[in-house]
Structure formats: C-alpha cells, structure tokens
Design a protein around this ligand. Structure first.
Ligand code: ADP
Length: 482
C-alpha cells in the first residue's frame, strides 16, 4: 500500500499534465503518527501557479458552456469514484493527517456526498422572471458561473474541505486552481487524479503544492481568478481579504471558531456527554467547529464532569490505523506546543487538571486527552482557538450569563446547547451569535445545511442550497421595447 494504489501522487496537476516544480524542488511529507516519510511533493511558486491559472482560464471557455447534464453526469461519476476508492483514500488521509481510520472513511464519504448534493442542486438552480412595471418590458434574473476559482484549504479535513469547494464550482461551470495545505497535500492531489480518471477535461481542475505566500500571491494578483475560497486561520483569511480588495474579487472565508457548548441543568446528561465527546474530540479537537468552551450550569456541573471524565479516560490513543483507536496524533509540534501553553496558562490562573495535561507516552505528537475545570474568562482558551484535545469547563448559574459569556468572542462559527426546555431551545437559536447552532446535537455538519460563520469566523456558506451561490453571479437583464 506504499503508494495507496496509485492515489499518492508526487506531482502537481496543471492543464491535464502531472508535473514537478520548475526548479525541481520538492518537500517531504511525513506521517504524524510514526514520523515516517510518505513521499515528496513539488515545491512550486508563482510561475507554475500562473500556468495553472492560464490552463483554468482556457478551460473555462468551454467548460462553462457544457450541457448541464454533462456536468451532472461527470459529478455522479466522481461521487462513485470516491466511494469505489474510499478505503485507499481513507488510508492515505490517515497516513498524512493522523485521524482515526473510521473518521477518515467518514470524511471521504461526506466528500462524496457533497459531490452528489451539488450535482443535484445545480439542476434546481432556478432564475426568476420579475413582474415588470410596464407591459413593454420583461425582467429576467439568471445565474452564470463566476469564472476561475482559487481554492486554499487546511490540513484538518484535507479531502472534504476541497469537496465543499470543488463540487459546487464544477457544478456551476467554474474551473479550479486548488492549493491544499502543506502538511496534507496528498488527499488534495488525489482529487486531481479522480477528476481526471472520470473524464473532466484537461485544465478544469488544477492542483498545486508548495510556497503558500507565492501561490496565494499569484492567485490573488491574477485578474482571471474571479473568486477565491479559503478555509483556514483568521489571520491568513484577513490577509487574503486585503489582497482581494485590489480587484474586488468575490471571496468566501471559512475561518476560525471558538465554539461554546452550554449544558443546562435540565439537559439529558448522557446525551450531553455523548454530544460533548463528538463536539470536542473529533479529529483530536482539530476542527473549527470543535468545542472550545464548555459552560455547565451549577446543578448539573459535578455529574457532567464525572461522566465526561469517564468517557475521556476510555478513549484509546494511538496510530489511527490501529483497531479501536479514536484519538490519533496532533498534526505537528506547533499544535502540541499550543495546547501545552494553554494548559500552563490555565494552571497558573487556578484551573484544575482533572485528567491528562501532558504529552502522551506514545511520543511523536500524541497528546493526552485533557479535562480542566474551574475555567475563567482570563484563561487563554477563552479567546483563542485550542485546536487540540483539551476540554475546559466553566461553571455558570444563569442562562443570561452563559449566553453573554458564549457570545463574548470575536468568532461566530458553531455553538451547542443541551436543554429539554423547548422555549429555551428557541432562545438559543435567537440569542447565540453564531452561524450554526446545535441544540441537543454535537455533530451538525451535513451536506444539506449551510455551513459557515458570522463575525470574524468568515463569510459565505458551504453546503446547502446556499453553497452554490458563491460560485455563481446573478445577472439581471431587462428586455424592453416589446
Ligand atoms: P493553520 O494555522 O491551520 O495551518 P493556515 O491559515 O496557516 O492555517 O493554513 C490554511 C491554508 O492557508 C494552507 O493551505 C496554507 O498553506 C495557506 N496559507 C498560509 N499562508 C498563506 C498565504 N500567505 N497566502 C496564501 N495561503 C496561505
């Protein structure tokens, strides 16, 4: 399985050709669970990116005019190819990213589901005929593909983050220049092979790896790229927004989060703990919708902490390919250092480490799943994203205080609340300043629903019927003199 049945590709896809960097430079990619080198990828820069954009731009001329059912048919084939090769792709994903294999299989499946969803949604992307103010006119509203789309994606969902961008772009008739994250390029490059294998024309999908500022800079500076979609840190997102301003490029941004998870006294305790485990520890806590802050009401606090501790202690940590493992390694040393720093900060400010708190005996970047109580608003995870397996518990008395604390952040991606009170459930919908709210659910992402944040968590939606909007322009035509 050393090349994962041909899905580990050590080249970039530009205009239908698999190529290296002009300089011949490559970067080694390692498996975070073992430290073993998986292979290399080209280290490309601005010049290769320019060629990828030129290829996408040339392909857009014909691709944007293909029959709808041709695009739909290819997308259905792409869905099937993803599922036919789910196991190879999942093994590859775990090897470069570290998540447990069952989660990697799930990621490939949800990626495929996004492809199918957008193949279906584009058929229902209706325009409008608006009643005109006078009889001699007809007012039409139509949708058209935006053009070449630049895509920059992170390492935490190296396959499905691309799915949510590539699928609606191709459905809409756009062409693509994608840059996967440097830690996890192979899952991204595999999309190139899959698209090629099922018959997408050369140049429709281009994938480059290497120098992020150079590739990003070329994408942002090129007028042929009419839209940029980014998932990653708020810092890089803001940089890209500034760069986009020069050409008023259309942008969508899925940035950081700082998700609160509120457990009210009237919650179903077992359900809350089950939801908490998913919302906190999926992908070792490395998702932008992962819980950052647990607010637990005084009456249920001790029982919730006791049960959560039991559930955390039961998790098996190890190489994601091993049976029964639910927690793999963190992505890299920086991730470990960040969590260590947050734990030290919490300890110094009076937090109690109930469980874990240190690197795992397995070495590499494995970290002990950690539980801290007595969290306060002074601690660093109150404002900063943890992105690791650390659950911090804040105790509260009143609903109003909990909601105010939950909203006291610059972020606004996902929030969770557990309660059996129906009126309170609707108050959560109305008062939590977040793009997504899970009431009695710790896992809310699904292809049918619009994923996306408010405030500094970003703009634009992925998935749902709204997920197509970012890849289309809306045109109004007035036909007069009738
Ligand atoms: P993280 O901290 O989770 O790695 P980043 O925002 O740094 O998040 O990375 C997300 C994506 O943004 C990656 O593909 C990364 O290579 C890319 N990236 C980082 N810096 C830049 C930049 N200056 N221009 C364009 N892309 C960038």
């Amino acid at each position: 399985m050393s090349n994962f049945n041909g899905y580990l590709l050590e080249a970039n896809l530009i205009g239908g050709q698999w190529v290296g960097a002009d300089s011949g430079a490559t970067t080694e990619i390692t498996n975070p669970a073992t430290g073993a080198v998986l292979g290399t990828v080209p280290e490309v820069g601005g010049a290769e990116t320019e060629r990828a954009i030129a290829a996408a731009s040339a392909a857009f001329k014909s691709w944007s005019k293909t029959n709808l059912m041709e695009r739909v048919g290819l997308l259905h084939k792409l869905h099937d190819a993803l599922m036919d090769h789910q196991e190879d792709l999942a093994q590859l994903l775990t090897a470069e990213q570290g998540k447990p294999l069952f989660e990697a299989r799930g990621e490939i499946a949800i990626g495929a589901a996004y492809v199918r969803w957008f193949a279906e949604e584009i058929r229902r992307n209706k325009g409008e005929i608006i009643p005109a103010p006078t009889n001699d006119k007809r007012l039409l509203v139509t949708h058209h593909p935006v053009g070449v789309v630049g895509m920059i994606t992170p390492w935490n969902f190296p396959s499905s983050m691309l799915a949510r961008k590539i699928a609606p772009a191709l459905a809409a008739g756009c062409t693509v220049v994608a840059k996967p994250a440097p830690q996890t390029p192979y899952s991204g490059l595999a999309w190139g092979k899959l698209c090629q294998d099922v018959g997408f024309p050369d140049g429709v999908v281009n994938i480059v790896t290497g120098d992020a500022p150079a590739i990003g800079g070329a994408i942002m500076a090129n007028k042929d790229v009419r839209k940029v979609t980014f998932t990653g840190s708020t810092g890089v997102g803001k940089l890209l927004l500034r760069q986009a301003a020069d050409q008023v490029k259309k942008v969508s941004m899925e940035l950081g989060g700082n998700a609160p998870f509120i457990v009210f006294d009237d919650a179903d305790l077992d359900a809350a703990v089950e939801g908490a485990m998913i919302a906190k520890f999926r992908n070792m806590g490395q998702t932008c919708v992962c819980t950052n802050r647990f607010y637990v009401q005084a009456g249920i606090h001790d029982a919730f902490v006791a049960k959560l501790k039991e559930a955390i202690a039961a998790m098996k940590v190890g190489d994601g390919t091993e049976d029964g493992v639910v927690q793999g390694p963190l992505i890299d040393e920086n991730a470990v250092k960040k969590v260590e720093g947050m734990i030290a900060d919490a300890k110094a400010k009076g937090g109690e480490i109930v469980l874990g708190g240190a690197r795992h005996a397995l070495g590499q970047t494995f970290f002990e799943p950690t539980l801290i109580t007595g969290a306060t608003s002074e601690m660093s995870f109150s404002t900063d994203e943890i992105f690791g397996p650390l659950a911090a518990i804040y105790k509260f008395e009143d609903e109003e205080d909990a909601v105010a604390a939950a909203n006291a952040t610059d972020y606004g991606l996902a929030a969770y609340a557990y309660t059996k009170d129906l009126a309170r459930a609707f108050r959560m919908n109305e008062t939590l300043e977040y793009g997504m709210v899970g009431v009695n659910s710790g896992l809310i992402t699904t292809v049918e629903a619009p994923f996306g944040g408010v405030k500094e968590s970003g703009m634009g939606k992925e998935g749902g019927s709204q997920g197509l909007d970012d890849y289309l322009i809306t045109k109004y035509t007035c036909v007069a003199g009738l």
